[in-house]
Design a protein around this ligand. Sequence first.
Ligand code: PLP
Length: 441
Amino acid sequence: MTASASEKPLDAFWMPFTPNRVFKQAPRLFVRAQGMHYFTPEGGRILDTLAGLWCVNVGHGDPRIVRAIQAQAAELDFVSSFNMSHPLAFEVAARLASFAPAGLSRVFFSNSGSEAVDTALKIARAYHRARGEGGRIRFIGRAKAYHGVGWGGLSVGGLARHKRAFTPLLGDVDHLCLPYDPQQSAFTRGQPQYGEHFADELESLLTTVHDPATVAAVIVEPVTGSGGVYPPPKGYLERLRRICDRHGILLIFDEVITGFGRLGASFAARALDVTPDMICCAKGLTSGAVPMGATIAREAIYEAIAAQPASQIELFHGYTYSAHPLACAAALAAMDIYEHDDLFGRVRKLAPVWADSAHSLQGKRHVRDVRSIGLLAGVDLQPREDAAGARGAEVGQRCFDAGMLVRNSGDTLLLSPPLIISEEQIAHVFETLGRVLAATP
Ligand code: PLP
């Protein structure tokens, strides 16, 4: 006999990326959030060092977003954008395009980062086909990349454990190596000086392994995010850009994490001054308040795909909830806040304070590397012998017990707080972490 739902009230929710049985022995629940903090059912206050899941960039519960969503829900709950839409959708698209580098002007809405990535990959193939280069089908991703969980994003992603249960994935995919050498650039603040040459691997793949005329797009996170926070070496993205241009290949930046201020600008493309052909974004677009993703494409990509009779549907692609009114209301409010409160400027000011504090962990117990850029940091811990990931998980739990939510991916700690974090809170985060590391075997 199986236990009834009332006997096991937590069982029905099959939680994502979670060891469900362990979690349900000791559930970690939050009932409220405000500003920099979550609150537990018992009233405990937990400092959020990950902006929810890299998304709540303006801080939790900003009343301007709350009011916008409430008003929109009362006004227009839903309208499809299949051959109809609502005025706010156009306003948000134009505003979002104004956040992107010049030339990226067409916005395709979805509901998540995964969908934004799969949309970009589909647009890339459609673009080449529309120009008579239908043989360009191949995608090139990178080791340690996370591009979400759709078949496309999973295929170009570079995290083996995410893929293992689901093969075969897309066949026409290759991967670049992670442009990182701990011998040369451990404990680097910002972009490492060393490693521009890692981009040459692309040239070598194109000239020795694949026919470049079969490659549709290269996709990278400008800063590898959930794979461990690896900023790109100086010159690396520029070199990728040049190689893609030389071979007629599109360059896609997955800015699901780096978008909306994380590096002190609207997008990493702007902060690092390298312009891709498409940007995928989500998360900070609504500051996590309502699901929304978007793929922003160069005008020329749209124009090539649209070069067919005006009565034709240009792209057989879209989602029921593309440009959902509540998401649009949240996105507009979030973009207002980014600009009104100058949150990107705030990150530029805070970044050196963040880096100083993060790098104060150098030399602390178990710490093997610290990488930081903007308001992002990754801290590699020495793994325990025969128990990879155990130390990272224990540190995460001890931080939680000390009132701080810190994410670990295996033995790497990942920090990406709301952009409203104060200097005192930054100091508190890394002092607490230092104490926790000292106490952890
Ligand atoms: N791309 C990147 C770079 C991400 O970090 C994520 C999620 O963390 C995704 C895509 C997938 O986004 P979502 O979980 O909204 O599908």
